[in-house]
Design a binder for this molecule. Structure first.
Ligand code: PEP
Ligand code: MN
Length: 277
């Protein structure tokens, strides 16, 4: 295979799926036979929106809550997130539901703040090669969800994991979220192949993000199934109580009923590959 297991990425490629690493995520884990089902809105917009979504996704079968408080938006006029207020709302939703919280951190200066509220720190696709940020989260006391850059090779992605690990943080969850492609039918081209490739060279858990990976609501369930069938340790899905009113990524967000159907459909697929929801 094309991945050269050299000493340039020796930490990230240590082991393989046979010796899969189990990472604690709040009161649950990833990397064992239980899938990590991360669900929630693209952005934290209000207390009511986030709490209602958290309660609904938990009921449907999610075991982790996502929501962005610091948002990397393509255009500066778009909603940029609620910042610390959003983090407080996330922590409140965790209090209420018990779901661990995954949220993005965009700059090294914010790591200390975000760490105080989150259970897992997300490094977004746009920041996969922000080396000062990678080094800083390498010294954080929380697991990292490292999204693959939209034009990053698998080796580059593992290179970013290596940066984090070199600073002492070995708890990295890789997240495939789709690549820039030529076809505008989908927002990105979800590289499901990345899942077994990672499994063959690394012991790090990997999740699939079919929301950003397709940008299309109707494709989120089938691609969740595909990711889990390919060996993913979990999924990350955007869910909004009213997707039409979402301040970001409404077109790819499921409502709670659609998310609940996704989970029901995923159960037999998970079972077929020795996992469960
Ligand atoms: C997100 O998870 O909302 C996000 C911004 O994702 P990505 O970094 O994959 O674009
Ligand atoms: Mn989003």
């Amino acid at each position: 295979m094309g991945i050269k297991v050299t000493d340039k990425i020796k930490l990230a490629v240590k082991g393989s799926s046979d010796s899969g690493q189990i990472i604690k995520v709040g009161n649950t884990t990833i990397g064992g036979s239980q899938l990590l089902i991360i669900a929630g809105p693209c952005s934290v917009e209000s207390r009511e929106q986030l709490v209602n979504t958290a309660v609904a996704v938990k009921k449907a079968g999610a075991n982790a809550l996502r929501g962005g408080a610091f948002k990397p938006r393509t255009l500066p006029y778009s909603f940029q997130g609620l910042g610390e207020e959003g983090l407080k709302i996330l922590a409140e939703a965790r209090e209420l539901t018990g779901l661990p919280v995954i949220t993005e951190v965009m700059s090294p200066q914010d790591v200390e703040l975000v760490e105080g509220y989150a259970d897992v720190l997300q490094i977004g696709a746009r920041n996969m090669q922000n080396y000062p940020l990678l080094k800083r989260v390498g010294r954080a006391d929380k697991p990292i969800l490292l999204k693959r850059g939209m034009s990053a090779t698998i080796e580059e992605w593992l290179g970013s994991a290596e940066y984090i690990m070199l600073e002492g943080n070995n708890e990295i969850i890789l997240c495939e979220r789709g690549l820039r492609s030529f076809d505008p039918v989908t927002r990105n081209l979800l590289d499901v192949t990345a899942v077994p490739i990672i499994k063959q060279v690394s012991s790090l858990p990997v999740v699939i993000d079919p929301s950003h990976g397709t940008g299309v609501k109707s494709l989120v369930a089938p691609m969740s199934n595909a990711g889990v069938a390919a060996g993913a340790d979990g999924i990350l899905v955007e869910v909004h109580t009213n997707p039409e009113l979402a301040l970001s990524d409404g077109a790819q967000s499921l409502d709670p009923d659609e998310f609940s159907s996704l989970i029901e459909g995923l159960k037999p697929i998970a079972e077929a590959v020795g996992k469960y929801v």
